[in-house]
Design a protein around this ligand. Structure first.
Ligand code: GLN
Length: 483
């Protein structure tokens, strides 16, 4: 059953071929076997999990089950879940038990889904390799000497190794799409505002967006149906009619116009990734799509702009972690300001501190205009590039990441090299657009390659259709690592 789609699991649960308790227990057993090596889960709470599965079985017996009732879902440890340790991968929150549920968590709870456990992540979602977690790195299940990508690396590894049926991630600059690509799974970052950020620990609020990570586009659609929706508690949540993201899956792709940005196929892209992506584009031509050459001229500015704006927002968001209200407090200090200083010095890791310092600097008097304001202006130009591009095409495609999964430790000493791994994903967040990654082949070292699909605002249903048709024609998404 652990290799079945969410739809198949739902059918089996409703037909009583398997109970939610049995299904959930089989995942917990698999986690027990594989997690000591992969380190994808950082908090498990088997009693609470099985208790939820029992309740789901009761609901299934009453015949009022939802599509996800009884299905075990792993949650990135950035989402507050009532009664669960919620650490955001940081020592700062190593002892924080959330008193409330994030909107995403309550949506899954209302659907009767099972919270299987909390997944490892880069500290405060800052990273592209999952090496900045206070709880140690996650290993890529395809090759445990390599990174799973980040920051949703625990989620990506958990889905790829079939330790959960599906899971959640968040994406500020690529953290759903890049780990999905590096672990050979599917992931979708929705249009900014489609999924409520309430109860999701903030990194860079104007960029953060939660989304589903799963084995296939079909599964993503079911998850997004549960996650999306208006929430008054998030002032950037959008009030729109409820949509069925699975409704377009079966539409043929005849006449689909795919834009290929020349900047995505230039210097910096590994040849094995380029080859897999180009082969997938040929597959799309066979499915009836036409190719349009486009340009996103400001692509190369997206990384410098992001590394001004995201740290600026992070420096403000993370000022709440002061050792007073919750989280880590230094055991010894002399006075109040010493307590703040020591708690923050000991509670945050190196990458988080680097971002707080950059953010404080670019927001400081005298530098604000030169850095922060300038970056905001270029952000608008980057968004405008997409507006122009979507006049000529329906979706944009390219690689998700310039290379396949790199070795643990390989980029640790060179933050700029690490930052460059998000070159194709970051502009999408700056523009607030939806983006996804689907498996599209393997590179020279036998590691998975991801194809990125970028859609226009609110075009998630079409993107899922485009991805699903590809997955009907190919079998990359069904491959799983030998474990
Ligand atoms: N890798 C990027 C960063 O380090 C993006 C992270 C994210 O999307 N959360 O900021």
């Amino acid at each position: 059953m652990i290799h079945s789609s969410l739809t198949e699991m739902g059918v089996a649960l409703r037909a009583k071929k398997i109970s939610s308790v049995e299904l959930t227990q089989s995942y917990l057993d698999r986690i027990n076997t594989l997690n000591p090596t992969l380190n994808a889960f950082i908090t498990l709470n088997p009693e609470a999990t099985i208790e939820q599965a029992r309740a789901a079985d009761a609901r299934l017996a009453m015949g009022n089950a939802d599509a996800l009732t009884g299905i075990p879902i792993a949650q990135k440890d950035i989402f507050c879940a009532k009664g669960w340790l919620t650490t955001c991968g940081s020592r700062m929150l190593h002892n924080f038990v959330s008193p409330y549920d994030a909107h995403v968590i309550s949506q899954f709870n209302n659907a009767g889904a099972i919270n299987l456990g909390k997944t490892n992540m880069d500290e405060f979602a800052m990273g592209s390799s999952n090496e900045t977690s206070f709880f140690g790195p996650v290993k890529n299940p395809w090759d445990t000497s390599r990174v799973p990508g980040g920051s949703s690396g625990g989620t990506a590894a958990a889905v790829a190794s079939r330790m959960c049926a599906a899971a959640t991630g968040t994406d500020t600059g690529g953290s759903i799409r890049q780990p999905a690509a590096l672990c050979g799974i599917s992931g979708l970052k929705p249009t900014y505002g489609v999924v409520s950020r309430y109860g999701m620990i903030a990194f860079a609020s104007s960029l953060d967006q939660a989304g589903p990570m799963a084995r296939s586009a079909e599964d993503l659609a079911l998850l997004l149906n549960t996650m999306a929706g208006f929430d008054v508690r998030d002032s950037t949540s959008l009030q729109r009619d409820k949509e069925d993201y699975a409704s377009h899956l079966l539409k043929p792709l005849n006449g689909l116009r795919i834009g290929l940005p020349k900047e995505f196929f230039a210097e910096g892209l590994s040849s094995d990734v380029a080859q897999a992506v180009e082969t997938s584009i040929s597959e799309y031509k066979k499915l009836g799509a036409t190719i349009v050459d486009i340009s996103l001229p400001n692509t190369k500015l997206s990384i410098p702009v992001y590394y001004v704006l995201a740290p600026a927002e992070a420096s403000s968001n993370l000022s709440r972690f002061d050792g007073v209200r919750y989280g880590y407090r230094a055991p010894e200090y002399t006075d109040l300001s010493d307590m703040y200083e020591k708690s923050r010095a000991q509670g945050f890791g190196a990458e988080v501190k680097r971002r707080i310092m950059i953010g404080t600097y670019v927001l400081s008097h005298g530098y604000y205009d030169a850095y922060y304001l300038q970056a905001q202006k270029i952000r608008r130009l980057i968004a405008q590039d997409f507006v122009e591009a979507f006049k000529q095409c329906d979706v944009i495609m390219g690689p998700t990441s310039p290379s396949t999964a790199f070795k643990l430790g390989e980029k640790g000493d060179d933050p700029v090299q690490m930052y460059l791994s998000d070159i194709y994903t970051i502009a999408v967040n700056l523009a607030g657009l939806p983006g996804m990654s689907v498996p599209c082949g393997f590179g020279s070292n036998n590691m998975p390659v991801g194809l990125q699909i970028i859609g226009n605002y609110f075009d998630e249903a079409r993107m899922l259709n485009v991805a699903h048709q590809f997955q009907l024609a190919t079998d990359w998404h069904t491959r799983s690592p030998k474990l």
